[in-house]
Design a protein. Structure first.
Length: 236
């Protein structure tokens, strides 16, 4: 497998608040996005990472200056107003040799070795895969007034995470087919699904949590403190 990662770091983090975007907030001694890169570096199949940042954002380049990783870290490209547009721009920057593309949120700093291996294996086998975890709460589908219209069976539901992985040619074809509706797709799998491609669920991880709020950041700090209690874990 020759895997390229699109690292999406173009979000404003409006729900998180603060003067700087959440991916650059210091946690456990370094910016959140550096924790993400460190965890991606643990998978040997990742050959290149293409960061996607906000227009005019120089902070990412400043953070990684002088750092080395086992993959090639490309210069950032500017994202767009919607996730799928940012993904499209990142895809254009990847080398032609990349055959599997993994789209990952910079604000998910803890993708585990097992999670990455499983989603890459599943995508390599079927063409597209996303990590997912079972839903434990009962879910209600409601109308615009809040009236319950359906209660889906929990065993058919999964809460999905990133990286969301697919054959590069599938992403290319899906973008072309959905060109007028890119802004409507809230994740990469929905783009593939709309274009008619089958997407499979791999094993997710509850610790692969997206940092969205201050509460999430507090959880991350506590989790990293716990990890560091084990010998060697803070040497990454």
């Amino acid at each position: 497998m020759n895997i390229g990662v699109l690292l999406l770091a173009a979000g404003s983090g409006s729900r998180f608040g603060g003067e700087i975007a959440k991916q650059y907030v210091q946690v456990h001694g370094k910016a959140l996005v550096l924790h993400t890169l460190d965890h991606l570096a643990l998978d040997p199949h990742i050959t290149v990472v293409q960061p996607v940042v906000s227009e005019g954002d120089m902070r990412f380049s400043e953070l990684v200056a002088g750092l080395s990783f086992p993959f090639t870290l490309l210069d950032p490209v500017a994202g767009g107003s919607a996730r799928s547009i940012s993904m499209q721009r990142g895809l254009e920057g990847l080398p032609a040799a990349v055959d599997l593309v993994a789209v990952h949120d910079a604000a998910r700093p803890l993708p585990s070795v097992r999670l990455l291996a499983d989603v890459f294996k599943t995508a390599n086998q079927y063409g597209a895969a996303v990590p997912g975890v079972p839903v434990h709460d009962t879910i209600k589908r409601v109308d615009e007034l809040g009236k319950v219209i359906e209660t889906p069976a929990r065993n058919t539901l999964r809460a999905v995470q990133t990286p969301q992985v697919a054959r590069r040619v599938w992403f290319d074809q899906a973008i072309a087919m959905e060109a007028e509706r890119l802004h409507l797709h809230t994740d990469d799998a929905s783009l593939l699904e709309a274009a008619g491609f089958d997407v499979y669920i791999s094993q997710g991880d509850v610790n692969n949590r997206k940092i969205t709020t201050r509460e999430d950041m507090n959880w991350l700090e506590a989790h990293l403190n716990s990890e560091c209690a084990a010998p060697g874990h803070c040497d990454r």
